[in-house]
Write a protein that binds this ligand. Structure first.
Ligand SMILES: [Zn+2]
Length: 55
């Protein structure tokens, strides 16, 4: 079952990964979550989207 483009965008664009514990955190459009929900770290990276085994 394929996700719609809208759902894909929402899932991948607004999900941030904690660089400390790798927890997924929901952000808001283009902005990371204020802090990690698990470890309260503020270091986030945007989740990479798309291809498996890329790069
Ligand atoms: Zn964390």
């Amino acid at each position: 079952m394929a996700l719609s483009p809208v759902a894909t965008k929402r899932v991948f664009q607004d999900v941030w990964i904690c660089m400390n514990c790798s927890a997924k955190n929901k952000g808001q459009k283009g902005k990371p979550a204020a802090k990690c929900r698990k470890c309260s770290s503020k270091r986030m990276r945007l989740k990479k989207k798309g291809k498996k085994k890329a790069g």
